[in-house]
Design a protein around this ligand. Structure first.
Ligand SMILES: [Zn+2]
Length: 290
């Protein structure tokens, strides 16, 4: 039996060598070296693809809006074009509004494009003591705690801060806005007062400050304002409507209005040099992140 098996297995081995080694070698093209390497013809990347690679906040759905906004504003850098269109600035204030995201979160954005409903009242609203606030004022608890730390630090350095306004209900804002419209006309009122549902004060995360001596509208002239510029972000607050950014925020410079966003976010926004609108449009907007 062994005598038969050996030659058979030898034959099998030879057969396999022929099948897998010799035949492929024979059939291999001989002049391979001379033929140029086959390369895929490169298709040039589209403008949108190039932008997407450079700017993670490029939203494909907005491509035509970016292009027409860039045409209207050739002076703008492409990253600003993308950012401004993401904010909504290629459309008039209050013309392309949508309900905001992040309700009851420090990331909430309320402005002339993002609104909260008439019945939105933030969770955890707590009253502020009259030791540092006008009576009847309330704020979201986390913001209140942060504000008290901020005020204690300011006080330790000899500065006195006082809250003139914080949470405002939809109806309160409606009355306020209507009063300003009656006084100054709608166009002027829109530059300094929010329409109901579009006020950041309805989030319970915004405060207006004075220094107990001057009216809040003169806060820019106070040493407390300088202190706030250096220190607000350490306690989670940002200056919400900075000077020179009126066309982005939609509001006149307000030295007195601060928004609580949490320490981490406040420090990131501060060091970015961006407004909350710009920062949100690049890094926080669910449309960008989706
Ligand atoms: Zn305010």
């Amino acid at each position: 039996m062994k005598k038969i098996l050996l030659p058979i297995s030898l034959l099998v081995v030879i057969f396999l060598i022929v099948l897998f080694v010799l035949i492929p070698v024979k059939n291999k093209p001989q002049k391979e070296v001379d033929t140029p390497p086959a390369t895929e013809p490169e298709t040039p990347k589209s403008w949108a693809e190039q932008m997407q690679e450079k700017y993670p906040y490029f939203v494909t759905d907005y491509e035509t809006r970016y292009q027409s906004y860039q045409q209207q504003h050739p002076e703008l850098a492409e990253e600003d074009v993308i950012t401004y269109v993401n904010i909504g600035l290629d459309q008039e204030f209050y013309t392309n509004t949508k309900p905001t995201s992040f309700l009851n979160s420090n990331q909430i954005l309320v402005n002339k494009y993002h609104y909260v409903d008439q019945n939105y009242v933030p969770d955890n609203l707590v009253a502020l003591p009259t030791t540092y606030a006008k009576s009847g004022i309330s704020l979201v608890e986390e913001a209140k705690t942060a504000l008290e730390s901020l005020m204690a630090a300011a006080q330790a350095e000899g500065y006195r801060l006082h809250v003139t306004s914080a949470y405002r209900s939809y109806d309160y804002q409606q009355n306020l806005y209507d009063r300003y419209v009656a006084q100054d006309g709608k166009e002027a009122a829109d530059t300094y007062s929010a329409r109901a549902g579009s006020s950041e004060h309805q989030t319970g995360l915004a405060v207006d400050l004075d220094n107990t001596k001057l009216d809040y509208t003169l806060f820019e002239q106070t040493p407390e304002y300088t202190w706030m510029q250096d220190n607000a972000s350490k306690y989670g607050f940002i200056l919400r409507f900075p000077k020179g950014k009126e066309s982005i925020t939609g509001y006149q410079f307000e030295a007195w209005h601060y928004r609580y966003v949490g320490i981490d976010l406040a420090q990131k926004i501060k060091s970015s040099g961006l407004t909350f609108e710009e920062y949100y449009a690049r890094y926080l907007d669910p449309v960008v992140l989706s």
